[in-house]
Design a protein around this ligand. Structure first.
Ligand code: 0PR
Length: 383
């Protein structure tokens, strides 16, 4: 109920402090299954300072709009695109929805179908429901990457696009995007790469010497990429990214809003009013950390992943689902449900998929947190 007379600031803050003590926090070291992290300190400053900027009315906030364009351009260059089109959006879900919407709109297919791996994120189910695009699921190989032959066998006159994943939600698997790109070019179908997670990992991991397939605009069949700054980019929520190779995709989803301050304004995204602070924070982090700053973050995350996988392999009663490709390690067990419950009872914030538990080596996850987790896991396995 809204109180008749307002409470004092102290009362409100005190109440919140008590109520929100139920939440797990990233600095507790207990959150091991999330793809989010504590936003970088610079990003926090920026949000506080620029929280009033609304990119929904860019004519009022011309500077913010230019910063957003530059952030998109920097992300484009990171992903080997000279001139990038797109936006900083609310997250990977919105980015994926926009890509499907653009593919549908540039096609003239009446009963549109999208081919996507069985491992795709549930945001595509939302896209399908909203956009009336039928999802055609492609099988996975034994290593959990998409089976490209199966993708090819599912192409029809109704196919408006193909999806490949660069860092699957559950296992961090990077699909064979080069082969998907070849298919896309052969059949003249656009390929969308969901690199919501991997977009801020793969470019740096490659430079560090990890063998990973190409996944970005270097491949000519790739027409759009989801890359989320609010995952490994360390930006505050909400900050997703959608990039298109060609302007025609953005044009196909742009809704005019001519009465807004800027005059010729159009909105290609789902949201109307949207946080300028998010885009400004993305710009600032890219400038501040630079390529080498992100490379160091990824170096530690990858080293933690390989070390943790090694530890898991040594334990009896659980098994590694597959060798980690990125900084995600997932393990299974016969009595997985019991293990999951015991871990959760001990306060661990893990993510339990069907058949395995996922540990994501985000920047807030330190070796000592993993050691404490393993200690608990060993105890649980011994009982
Ligand atoms: N694409 C991929 C490959 C993803 O993994 C995700 C989310 C999305 C798209 C959608 O992104 P948004 O959630 O930004 O819309 N992956 C995480 C997941 O479902 C999201 C997440 C983040 C879950 C933090 C839990 C959590 O604590 O696992």
């Amino acid at each position: 109920m809204i109180p008749e007379d307002g409470l004092s600031e102290e009362e409100v803050m005190g109440e919140l402090e008590k109520r929100l003590s139920l939440d797990l926090t990233f600095d507790s070291g207990k959150i091991l299954g999330s793809m989010c992290t504590y936003p970088h300190p610079l990003a926090q400053k920026i949000v506080r300072k620029y929280m009033d900027r609304n990119l929904g009315d860019p004519g009022l906030h011309v500077g913010s709009q230019k910063i957003e364009r530059e952030a998109i351009q920097m992300l484009g260059e990171l992903l080997h695109l000279k001139k990038a089109h797109g936006n900083i959006v609310s997250g990977g879900t919105e980015a994926n929805i926009l890509a499907v919407r653009a593919f549908r709109n540039v096609s003239d297919v009446e009963e549109p179908e999208l081919i996507l791996p069985k491992s795709a994120h549930f945001s595509f189910l939302k896209a399908s429901d909203l956009l009336k695009v039928k999802l055609v699921w492609a099988k996975l190989n034994k290593d959990y990457s998409v089976n490209v032959n199966d993708v090819e066998s599912k192409i029809s006159d109704n196919t408006i696009g193909i999806v490949g994943i660069a860092g699957t939600t559950g296992l961090g698997v990077v699909d064979d995007i080069p082969s998907l790109s070849d298919l896309a070019l052969d059949y003249g179908i656009p390929l969308h790469v969901d690199a919501a997670f991997g977009g801020f990992v793969i470019p740096f991991a490659k430079v560090l010497g990890y063998e990973l397939p190409d996944f970005d605009f270097k491949l000519k069949g790739v027409q759009s990429i989801t890359i989320d700054p609010h995952k490994m980019g360390m930006a505050p929520i909400p900050a997703g990214g959608i990039l298109f190779r060609k302007k025609k995709f953005v044009d196909s989803i742009s809704i005019p809003a001519p009465y807004l301050a800027g005059g010729k304004v159009s909105h290609p995204m789902i949201t109307g009013t949207r946080p300028g602070a998010s885009a400004i924070a993305v710009w600032a982090l890219l400038k501040h950390l630079g390529f080498n700053g992100y490379k160091e973050v990824v170096r530690e995350a990858m080293e933690n992943a390989l070390w943790f996988a090694e530890q898991i392999r040594a334990l009896k009663g659980i098994y590694l689902i597959r060798e980690p490709m990125l900084n995600i390690v997932s393990f299974g067990a016969k009595n997985l449900k019991t293990i999951e419950r015991a871990l959760k009872d001990r306060g661990w914030g893990i993510s339990a998929h069907r058949g395995y538990i996922r540990i994501v080596m985000m920047p807030h996850v330190r070796r000592e947190h993993l050691e404490a987790f393993l200690e608990d896991l060993r105890e649980i396995l011994a009982t």
